[in-house]
Design a protein around this ligand. Structure first.
Ligand code: ZN
Length: 66
């Protein structure tokens, strides 16, 4: 880590709606995607928009009390 990831958390944009995410629990949700070569990218989103994008048959094991 080189400190850039810390700066990036100051202004988080939802990867689904494009809006800035207010830090109100459970938001922001952090998604980490990994490429074949081991490269990763972190994405942020609103929990509500993640749930909306996911198929209902796919379980979420965290935030089960929403
Ligand atoms: Zn959103």
């Amino acid at each position: 880590m080189d400190g850039k990831s810390e700066m990036a958390t100051d202004n988080m944009q939802c990867c689904f709606c494009g809006e800035e995410i207010a830090r109100i629990s459970p938001d922001p949700v952090r998604l980490q995607v990994a490429g074949e070569e081991g490269e990763t990218q972190e994405l942020y989103c609103h929990l509500a928009h993640l749930k909306h994008a996911m198929h209902p048959s796919v379980p979420l094991y965290i935030w089960t009390t929403e």
